[in-house]
Design a protein around this ligand. Structure first.
Ligand SMILES: Nc1ncnc2c1ncn2[C@@H]1O[C@H](COP(=O)(O)OP(=O)(O)OP(=O)(O)O)[C@@H](O)[C@H]1O
Length: 268
């Protein structure tokens, strides 16, 4: 695929829920593209419709209007080319399966031959730094390690796009920093496209090559910000850069504007 052809294309996506109390317009109109190999973060105020947007992207919820296209095909059901990582790592792994078998499961379901499966599982588990824990069970691992297993499972599957929904919201700050660095490393080493949803402004700037700032509901894309920080990022030096402070202050101000209902749509 040529580099400028979008991998994921969201066009005029809107979602209005029909609640008992009447219609709730969650998403007004969202339009954006993700190109192959990008790492894009989505950030927005609480209740702005991030979960609704992700459900539509993952084919779990039909939009009221507009479309989601992945690799040229309209998404109408969970796409095989997408892997998801959620916040609740504890519930996303099977406790009776070892790390190796948890990571292998989607490959087995897809019918990948055993030798190839083993190679993919080993590479993915090594990549997340758990090569020594292949035969352990999820309940023998810390929360951060369990989330590493979930990431390994997603990348072993070799998705076209990895969608992460606030994956580190439930871990402590130190583990979170390690996992952020892991995402950057996996993204670079494996060349996978990543869409990362977070409510943490600093995290969005530290991780992303682009940050999409969403308005409050009914939601639209308020800003599509290019993160012009060096590609080699480091928790200490990157976060201490004046440019990092400028960008996080800018995103913070945009979100405050969104909360006050003063946001205007980004010009494409
Ligand atoms: N099933 C539903 N029926 C009616 N309204 C809903 C439903 N699901 C979500 N909403 C409303 O849609 C809006 C967006 O909700 P959504 O959960 O997508 O936001 P969010 O950004 O993920 O929230 P948070 O940041 O708090 O997790 C909210 O006003 C919410 O109350």
């Amino acid at each position: 695929m040529p580099e400028n052809t979008p991998l994921l294309s969201v066009r005029d996506l809107s979602k209005t829920y029909q609640a008992a109390s009447g219609p709730v317009e969650a998403i007004g109109s969202i339009t954006f593209d993700v190109r192959p190999g990008e790492l894009v973060c989505i950030v927005g105020p609480s209740g702005c419709g991030k979960t609704t947007l992700l459900k539509c992207l993952a084919g779990l919820l039909a939009p009221t209007s507009g479309s989601v296209t992945l690799d040229g095909a309209e998404v109408r059901e969970p796409p095989k080319k997408m892997a998801l990582v959620f916040q609740e790592y504890g519930r996303s792994l099977y406790p009776w399966l070892t790390v190796r078998d948890n990571v292998a499961l989607p490959l087995k379901a897809r019918g990948v031959p055993k030798a190839e499966r083993q190679a993919l599982v080993e590479r993915a588990v090594e990549e997340v730094g758990l090569g020594h824990a292949m035969t352990t069970y999820p309940w023998q691992l810390s929360g951060g390690m369990q989330q590493r297993v979930a990431i390994a499972r997603a990348v072993a599957y070799q998705p076209e796009i990895l969608v992460m929904d606030e994956p580190f919201a439930a871990v402590d700050a130190q583990t979170r920093a390690d996992l952020e660095d892991l995402v950057r490393r996996v993204w670079k080493d494996l060349g996978v496209t990543v869409l990362f949803v977070t409510h943490d402004i600093d995290e969005s700037v530290y991780l992303g090559e682009r940050v999409l700032v969403l308005s409050s509901s009914p939601t639209f894309v308020q800003e599509d910000l290019t993160v012009d920080l060096p590609a080699e990022r480091d928790q200490l030096t990157t976060r201490a850069l004046p440019r990092f402070t400028e960008l996080r202050t800018h995103v913070y101000e945009q979100i405050q504007r969104a909360k006050r209902g003063e946001a205007v749509a980004a010009t494409p």
